[in-house]
Design a protein around this ligand. Structure first.
Ligand SMILES: [Zn+2]
Length: 474
């Protein structure tokens, strides 16, 4: 659309040098502008815990969806009580014409964000700000980009008259970042009433860019580790510290913790983790890179295992990890402790259950006096096997962006809505449109941002994927 300016005006702009050439690209197509508007409007709503504003996001999205042709029958708003705070979920049906050719596809995003304090930010976190080639604001990455992307794609397809050959159901949760009450209920609802072929999540996966912004590979999140936390406690009659007894709650707990510290969980791997380590290993020439590839070639390679497990960022890719994170014990300096409690947090490898992990920990501790109390409330989350149709759809979406890079399934440390759907037996894939450099990830943190180019570059991602998976040629 630069052509609308006269040549003279264009060169005058350039000469003024206050505008970079990229600024000319700001004349956007109608759907790009619409996406930017939705993005700005949802970011402006502070839908964080304590603010009770998820319903405002729902209201806004319902209005936009209705304006584009979705009817009341296509929309379902549900109230949830997220541990004392009201929140909402929104389900949107884009129904197949006539008899659906295949089972539905469910699409996930969450409407809530981790809170942000304006005084800590350089720019107002709840105003979408475009600066230095980035969009800044809370949720620009997690997950209001995904939310915008899905909603805008539904609107765009509806306005274009697209008729899917199977039902597409967008399921938007309202407390993903905290208690996942809405997620759990929605996952159960999806299993009972929609029973989809599979689930696509906008809150994970995406393109990794190199330092110069060049695409390196595309990651599909096909698994996440199960999160589990135990309090382990030893109690004792106690007494006066001048008359110490042989058994002591603090000593016994300390021994239990030393046993957990010394224990290495068995090496675990899956096709998915081996593929992702092999791909990541190929990108680096150091000792770790060699170990990644050696492990991928032979997971019994003890040297490779030792090298990977010595690195905090990689140890979790080779098995379950458990670590002590908190401690409390005793009640007076001159009294024997009546109780001692430690908190142990585990990240469990897919395929191993929470119960099995507790049994292992009990065996490692080897002391019946040590009580285990599971205090977390997240489900086991098995791995999703890769599907050719999903891979093909991602490939088509990348091709539309002119990107031809390896597509690598990966396992993340855990924490998306997807785990609840995997727990119920549904294959779930994180296939976000996002593109980011490894050092650009500010999700949950200060000054969250996404590159402006990748915001617009990703707008066709879901459009192409949904047409591929639910179009007449699917
Ligand atoms: Zn998220």
């Amino acid at each position: 659309m630069i052509a609308r300016h006269s040549l003279f005006a264009a060169s005058a702009f350039l000469a003024a040098s206050c505008l970079t050439p990229a600024s000319f690209a700001q004349e956007r197509s109608a759907h790009e502008q619409q996406a930017r508007d939705i993005y700005a409007n949802v970011i402006a709503i502070r839908s964080a815990r304590g603010q009770e504003k998820v319903p405002e996001v729902v209201d806004y999205l319902v209005g936009e969806l209705k304006a584009s042709g979705f009817s009341d029958d296509d929309l379902m708003v549900t109230d949830y009580d997220s541990k004392g705070e009201p929140t909402q979920g929104l389900v949107v049906w884009y129904r197949a014409e006539g008899e659906p050719a295949e089972k539905p596809i469910v699409l996930l995003a969450h409407m809530d964000v981790v809170d942000a304090l304006a005084e800590d930010w350089v720019r107002d976190p709840f105003t979408l700000t475009e600066e230095e080639g980035y969009f800044f604001g809370r949720g620009t990455a997690d997950n209001k980009y995904g939310l915008t992307n899905l909603v805008q794609t539904f609107i765009r397809l509806k306005e274009e008259g697209f008729e899917p050959t199977r039902d597409l159901v967008m399921v938007l949760s309202g407390d993903e970042e905290t208690d996942m009450v809405s997620t759990r209920a929605q996952a159960t609802y999806v299993a009972e009433t929609i029973d989809p072929a599979f689930i696509l999540n906008s809150d994970a996966g995406g393109l990794t860019l190199g330092t110069n912004g060049e695409p390196l590979d595309y990651g599909i999140q096909g698994a996440e580790k199960t999160y589990a936390t135990w309090e382990i406690t030893v109690t004792n009659p106690g007494g006066h510290s001048s008359t110490p007894r042989k058994d002591n709650a603090i000593y016994e707990l300390a021994s239990a913790l030393k046993a957990i510290e010394a224990y290495d969980f068995p090496v675990r791997y899956s096709e998915l983790t081996l593929a992702s380590l092999e791909a990541a290993g190929r990108k680096r020439l150091d000792k770790l890179g060699l170990a990644m590839r050696a492990f991928a070639a032979d997971p019994t390679d003890a040297d490779a295992v030792a090298t990977l497990r010595a690195d905090p960022s990689l140890i979790g890719q080779t098995g379950t990890t458990c670590v002590a994170t908190m401690l409390r014990a005793g009640h007076a300096e001159n009294a024997l402790p009546q109780s001692a409690t430690a908190t142990v947090n585990c990240r469990i490898f897919p395929g191993v259950t929470i119960e099995e992990t507790e049994a292992t920990l009990r065996e490692v501790v080897g002391n019946e006096e040590v009580q285990f109390n599971l205090i977390s409330d997240f489900p086991d989350s098995p791995e999703s096997g890769m599907r050719e149709d999903v891979l093909a759809a991602v490939k088509a979406a990348l091709a539309e962006r002119g990107v031809d890079v390896p597509i690598i399934p990966h396992m993340s440390a855990g924490g998306t809505d997807g785990m609840h759907y995997r727990n119920l037996g549904y294959d779930t894939y994180g296939v976000s449109a996002s593109a980011s450099k490894p050092n650009d990830t500010y999700a949950h943190g200060l000054n969250e941002r996404v590159p402006v180019d990748s915001f617009y570059g990703g707008l066709d991602h879901w459009y192409v994927m949904l047409k591929t998976l639910a179009g007449p040629d699917a």
